[in-house]
Design a protein around this ligand. Structure first.
Ligand code: NA7
Length: 551
């Protein structure tokens, strides 16, 4: 018997639903809407005080969409929603995305089925009742046939374990749980740890206000100009009048963008001059479009990859005045194999007199004191510490929930060495549990609102199948999990991605299993899951509805 088995819920469930959804972010909101459309009862639980998930928490200065530009980072299920919403900029700022989600919640009256400020601390499957019971931190219990985990791929903060960090007495913020009240950097000496998307977006903004900024960089990053600009009425009219065709294009594209496939030629097919001209024009244009118009083999061929990384390193050396700083800022991994970043004047920020860069590879942090950070080269007095140190990504929030499946076995036990799953949505031994953007799915490699809709639509079909056939539970068999792992791994190993330490490979969190767990097959994923549904949900095992003796 596991330790989890010995601590059953303290209360009986007081509320019963068809489905419980954990998380009121982009995925959870759509899940609720879709289940209602199916005529099912559903309740959403979220620890935050309002909707938004990642867009609720990530309020750091400079926070913007750095994926598909607006208006394509959005839901597609309602034409009316598209027609009536005015996006302001191509790379929407956090507050605009949140306003959009608030509008969605109002328009579809979602809040009445969402319970905020409610942290779900336990979820257990009852094999006899074929239902999940969740328990909240305040001891409230509820049950449902289905558990939808919309817990976010980038939700559990990764906080560095550095000597003395808890003794630091100044203000300290993680970008992923930024205060709601404005934070002033005015006249302050600020240190930022981390140069991923959050660091790269916030560093130029902090530098404008702080008296001094020290950036503590562990890994230099490839970042590209965001090219953010206001959207004109013509831009929006154009999108609105072609919306159906654009949705089709997004659904056919590997990343869920309204673009055709990348040019089908290798970087090595062009002359150095032709390559330079292409890279220069993409750099000039900016935005995620850069990645959609690159040669097809940048992420799979070392030599092709080097042509682009050399180009970016050259750009860094041109932009950054101090040669030593430019050297420190020049990444040495394969470009694209860490999350590509879009920035607004990131490299230029290092030309400011009030900004210093410390390369932790040459000058490691020794410890924090109440008033400073000490690195090998000396002490740096600071008033504020910003942790832009990212997340225990992809698997972290599922493991934090740690549901208990058949026999009381916990997810932590099941996922000890690998994130066993089938289709990135289901887990053997955890019947009737579905993940959105979980390990094994395209997740963060896909336009996430669209990906959430498409996964949830499939989950709805699976639920329909159970209803029609009067089945009580569904879960994948071990062979389909193994085959799915092989498929995910084979596709990933065809690329350069697994060869770089990143949060995609679990390398950013000590003790995490180290392998590439996202499905990189692009649009093929949606064909795969559609085929499974069309073949009576091949690879799954179903149980009939259990009848109690009294019935
Ligand atoms: P990321 O991309 O994981 O970036 C975190 C950064 O923090 C990255 O530069 C890390 O270096 C660095 N880091 C993490 N832990 C430490 C410690 N202990 N010491 C020094 N530096 C550290 O997170 P973001 O929040 O920026 O972005 C997450 C995603 O959100 C983003 O990709 C978008 O999809 C939206 P490393 O590279 O691991 O060496």
């Amino acid at each position: 018997m596991t330790s989890e088995q010995q601590s059953p819920h303290s209360h009986e469930p007081t509320h019963h639903y068809d489905a419980i959804i954990i998380g009121a972010g982009v995925s959870g909101l759509y899940a609720l809407h879709h289940l209602r459309e199916m005529g099912l009862t559903a309740r959403v639980f979220d620890g935050a005080s309002d909707i938004g998930g990642t867009w609720w928490y990530n309020r750091y200065p400079g926070a913007r969409v750095d994926g598909p530009g607006s208006p394509f980072y959005c839901y597609t299920f309602s034409d009316e929603l598209m027609q009536e919403w005015d996006w302001a900029e191509t790379q929407s700022k956090q507050s605009d995305v949140l306003k959009y989600l608030e509008h969605v919640a109002d328009k579809f009256d979602l809040r009445r089925d969402i319970q905020f400020d409610t942290w779900v601390q336990d979820a257990r499957y009852d094999e006899v009742a074929q239902r999940w019971t969740i328990e909240t931190r305040s001891g409230e219990c509820a049950s449902a046939q289905y558990l939808i985990c919309a817990v976010g791929a980038l939700s559990k903060a990764n906080r560095p374990n550095i000597a003395g960090i808890n003794d630091f007495a100044g203000e300290c913020y993680h970008t992923g749980s930024w205060p709601h009240d404005p934070v002033s950097f005015e006249g302050k000496r600020v240190a930022v740890i981390g140069t991923g998307s959050s660091g790269v977006q916030s560093i130029p903004e902090i530098a404008k206000e702080a008296s001094h900024l020290t950036v503590l960089q562990r890994t230099a990053q490839f970042t590209f100009p965001a090219g953010n600009r206001p959207l004109t009425d013509d831009d929006l009219d154009d999108v609105r009048s072609n919306w159906d065709a654009l949705i089709e294009k997004m659904r056919a594209h590997g990343g869920g963008f309204p673009a055709g496939p990348n040019p089908s030629r290798s970087a090595l097919d062009d002359t150095p001059e032709e390559r330079e001209a292409l890279y220069e024009s993409l750099w000039e244009q900016g935005s995620f479009q850069i990645f959609l118009k690159l040669y097809s083999d940048i992420a799979v061929n070392e030599e092709s990859n080097k042509t682009l990384s050399d180009f970016v390193r050259k750009k860094i050396s041109e932009i950054v005045d101090d040669a030593e700083t430019a050297r420190k800022l020049s990444p040495d991994h394969f470009v694209m194999t860490k999350r590509p970043i879009l920035d607004a004047g990131y490299f230029e920020t290092y030309n400011r007199d009030n900004v210093d860069l410390i390369d932790l590879r040459d000058d490691a942090i020794v410890r924090f004191t109440p008033t400073s950070v000490i690195t090998e080269s000396g002490e740096h007095p600071i008033d504020m510490l910003v942790l832009a140190t990212g997340y225990d990504a992809i698997s972290g929030s599922m493991l934090r929930l740690n549901p208990k499946g058949r026999g009381g076995v916990s997810l932590k036990e099941r996922w000890d060495e690998r994130y066993h799953n089938y289709l990135g949505m289901t887990i053997g031994g955890f019947p009737n549990l579905f993940m959105i953007h979980g390990p094994g799915s395209p997740g963060v490699f896909y336009n996430m609102p669209l990906g959430a809709e498409r996964q949830m639509d499939w989950i709805g079909k699976c639920m329909d199948h159970l209803r029609e056939k009067e089945l009580g539970s569904v879960e994948p068999v071990a062979d389909s999990e193994q085959a799915w792992f092989d498929e995910v791994t084979t596709i990933a190993n065809f690329t350069l991605f697994p060869r770089t330490d990143s949060w995609w490979t679990g390398a950013n969190v000590e003790g995490k299993p180290r392998y590439f767990s996202a499905y990189l097959g692009g649009a093929m994923y949606y064909d795969r899951i559609a085929d499974v549904a069309a073949n009576d949900f091949a690879g799954f095992v179903f149980e009939p509805v259990q009848r109690s003796d009294a019935e």
